[in-house]
Ligand binder design. Structure first.
Ligand code: THU
Length: 138
């Protein structure tokens, strides 16, 4: 699993190179690992109408879902921040939560160092599909 995470982190850094962020100039990349070990990447995609912009995490997850993958093991997030980890925003945490609480989030620093957290830790007491009578992810 360790080397898989190392390559997930690398993919997230590569995806960051595609960031479309002319307004914030804050580049973000993400790489999500599906339960059957496929990787999908994404970058932030900003918009002249600022709220229409999309975070890297939601880009990556939407790419996976649109290809038929809805079960995830992990997501790595990369930015240019050297002295702190890049954590997913609240909207992205909720977006991830749709697909379960037990998967791993890997916030990284620019040098590729990372920490591991579960979504449960990042978004406690969350609202999810089970509350609407949908699938209850563990
Ligand atoms: N951003 C992400 O893509 N992911 C995060 O986890 C934090 C923020 C983007 C959104 C926007 O394009 C830029 O970073 C500045 O907020």
């Amino acid at each position: 699993m360790l080397s898989v995470i190392a390559s997930l982190v690398k993919k997230s850094q590569e995806a960051k190179n595609q960031a479309y962020c002319p307004y914030s100039k804050f580049r973000v990349g993400a790489a999500v690992l599906t339960s059957d070990d496929k990787m999908f990447t994404g970058c932030n995609v900003e918009n002249a109408s600022y709220p229409a912009g999309l975070c890297a995490e939601r880009t990556a997850i939407s790419k996976a879902v649109s290809e038929g993958y809805t079960s995830f093991k992990a997501i790595a997030i990369a930015s240019d921040l050297g002295d702190q980890f890049i954590f997913p925003c609240g909207v992205c945490r909720q977006f991830m939560r749709e697909f379960g609480l037990k998967w791993d989030i890997y916030p990284t620093k620019a040098d590729g160092s990372y920490q591991k957290m579960t979504l449960d830790e990042l978004l406690p007491h969350s609202f999810g599909p089970g509350h609407l009578g949908g699938e209850k992810h563990k």
